[in-house]
Design a protein around this ligand. Structure first.
Ligand code: PMP
Length: 450
C-alpha cells in the first residue's frame, strides 16, 4: 500500500497540478502532468511571493521612493541567491537576467569574442536547437558524436578538440538531454575543454531543478565557465532566464541589445557603457520574474536538490522497468544500465503514431505528455535511424508525417501511483490498439474535449 512516505514531494508543495478536466455534466478527470521538461508548474510559495510583491513592485535602480528602493534591493539580492545556488563566484562572474535559455545562448553567441582567432564552437549531436542554431551565425560549428546508446562520446570530444588544435573557443553542452534524460559528465567535459585551452558552456535548462550545479570548484580545471537556464523549468513562471559567465566577457564591446540602463554617459557621438550585468539588461527588467525565480530557488535549496534528484531517480527507474512490461513499447536511450539517466523517458508504441498515442493518453487517461522531436531534430534522426533520404523527402514535402516520440518527464511532485496509471493506460491501449486507432486516427476532432 502506498503511504505518504512514498510521496515526499506530494502535491501539497506544488500548486496547479490538480487540474480538473471537464468530461461532461458533473464529471471531471484530474490530469497527471508528465510534461515537466517543457515547463514545470509553479510552487505554492512562488505564487505567494509574487502575490505579496505585486503590490510593491516599482521600476528599479533610478527611483528614490521606498517601493523603488525595495524592488531594487530584491532584484539585486536575487543575483546573490542564484550565485550561491549555482556555485558562481560573484567576484569574477556576472549574473545577467534574460528572457529564457534561448535568449541567454543567443546573447552569449553575440558577446563571445574570437579570442586569439579561435573560431570553432563544439556543440554536440544531442543538443536542443537553442544550443546549436545561435552559434551558426558567427562561428564554425562542429558536433561531438553520440555513441550507439545515444550518450555523448567523450572520445570524440577529445578527438575534435585535438583536431581543431587550440581553435575551439567553446564546448557547449546540455547538462541533461531533454530527449533521453542522460546526465552529461559536465565536470569531466570542463576538464577536457580546459586541457585544450577552450571554455565550456552548460545548457542547464533541464539540469537546474534536478541536480546540484557547482560552477566554481576546488580544482579550477573542473569549473563551468558559462551557465544558462530558464525559470519556467524550475517551478517559476515564464519570462525569466539567466546567463552566468565571467564579467570579462561582457566588459568589452557593445551589448547585443543597447538601450536605457546599459550606459554611463551618452552624447550624440559617444557612449560609455555601464559595467555588466547592467550593460546587458537593456530597458525595464522583469522584476517579478526575478523574484519568482529566487523564491523557487530558495525552496529547491530548502528541500535539497540532492534529495530531489534521488527521489526522481527512483521514480525514473520505476517507470523504465514498468514500461518494459508493456507490449510493443520501444524506449530510446539505455534501458539496461541507466544510472546516468533521470526524469525524462522517450518511447513509441509499435503501430501507433506518436501524436496519436499522446492524444489517446491525454483524452482517454488524463495523462499529459509531449510528442514530436523536442527541438532536437539531429538527435531524433539519429535515435530513430531516419535516413538522409527520408530527411530530404521531408524537406521537399512538409505534408509527410513527422518522425518523433512520446516523452514523459518528471517533476519532484510526481509519484509511483501516477506512473502506475500511465502503465495501465499504455497496457489498455496496446491490447485495444485497433479500437483506439479507429477512434483517434479517423475522426480526431470528435474525440476532443469540449
Ligand atoms: N535547452 C534545453 C536542453 C531545453 O530542454 C530547452 C527547453 N525545451 C531549451 C534549451 C530552451 O529553453 P527555453 O525555451 O526556456 O529558452
Amino acid at each position: 500500500m502506498l503511504t505518504k512516505n512514498d510521496f515526499p514531494y506530494f502535491r501539497s508543495y506544488v500548486h496547479g497540478v490538480n487540474i480538473k478536466i471537464p468530461l461532461g455534466k458533473d464529471k471531471y478527470m484530474t490530469e497527471i502532468n508528465f510534461d515537466n521538461a517543457a515547463t514545470t508548474p509553479p510552487l505554492k510559495n512562488v505564487l505567494y511571493e509574487v502575490l505579496a510583491f505585486s503590490s510593491m513592485y516599482s521600476s528599479i535602480h533610478r527611483g528614490t521612493g521606498y517601493k523603488s528602493r525595495f524592488s531594487s534591493s530584491m532584484y539585486e539580492k536575487s543575483r546573490e541567491i542564484i550565485a550561491k545556488f549555482m556555485g558562481a563566484d560573484l567576484s569574477k562572474d556576472t549574473i545577467i537576467f534574460v528572457k529564457n535559455t534561448t535568449e541567454a545562448i543567443n546573447k552569449l553567441s553575440y558577446r563571445l569574442d574570437k579570442k586569439n582567432g579561435k573560431n570553432v564552437i563544439l556543440s554536440t549531436n544531442m543538443e536542443h536547437h537553442s544550443n546549436d542554431l545561435p552559434w551558426r551565425e558567427k562561428f564554425k560549428v562542429d558536433y561531438v558524436d553520440i555513441d550507439e546508446k545515444g550518450r555523448l562520446s567523450l572520445k570524440d570530444l577529445e578527438y575534435k578538440l585535438k583536431k581543431y588544435s587550440d581553435n575551439v573557443r567553446l564546448v557547449t553542452v546540455a547538462g541533461i538531454s531533454n530527449v533521453t534524460g542522460y546526465i552529461n559528465p559536465i565536470y569531466k567535459i570542463a576538464e577536457l575543454a580546459h586541457r585544450y585551452n577552450s571554455e565550456i558552456l552548460v545548457d542547464g535548462a533541464q539540469l537546474a531543478a534536478h541536480l546540484p550545479i557547482k560552477m566554481n570548484n576546488q580544482d579550477p580545471k573542473h569549473n563551468i565557465d558559462y551557465l544558462v537556464f530558464s525559470a519556467h523549468k524550475m517551478y517559476a513562471p515564464f519570462g525569466i532566464g539567466v546567463l552566468i559567465g565571467p564579467k570579462s566577457t561582457f566588459e568589452k564591446g557593445a551589448p547585443d541589445y543597447p538601450g536605457g540602463g546599459t550606459v554611463e554617459i551618452v552624447t550624440h557621438d559617444y557612449v560609455k557603457w555601464a559595467e555588466p550585468p547592467h550593460k546587458e539588461e537593456a530597458g525595464s527588467p522583469n522584476i517579478i520574474g526575478v523574484i519568482a525565480l529566487s523564491a523557487a530557488i530558495k525552496t529547491l535549496d530548502f528541500l535539497g536538490i540532492r534529495s530531489i534528484h534521488e527521489y526522481e531517480k527512483k521514480l525514473t527507474e520505476y517507470a523504465i522497468e514498468g514500461l518494459k512490461t508493456v507490449p510493443d513499447i520501444e524506449m530510446y536511450g539505455d534501458t539496461s544500465n541507466y544510472n546516468d539517466r533521470v526524469g525524462i523517458i522517450t518511447f513509441n508504441m509499435k503501430g501507433i503514431h506518436h501524436e496519436t498515442l499522446a492524444n489517446i493518453l491525454s483524452y482517454e487517461a488524463g495523462i499529459a505528455v509531449r510528442n514530436g522531436c523536442f527541438c532536437a531534430h539531429p538527435y531524433l534522426h539519429n535515435l530513430l535511424n531516419v535516413s538522409q533520404e527520408v530527411i530530404e523527402r521531408r524537406i521537399n514535402d512538409s505534408s509527410l508525417p513527422h518522425p518523433g516520440m512520446v516523452r514523459i518527464s518528471f517533476g519532484m511532485y510526481n509519484n509511483k501511483y501516477e506512473v502506475d496509471c500511465l502503465i495501465n493506460a499504455l497496457n489498455k491501449i496496446s491490447i485495444n490498439k485497433k479500437y483506439y486507432l479507429n477512434k483517434y486516427e479517423t475522426n480526431k476532432k470528435s474525440t476532443r474535449f469540449i
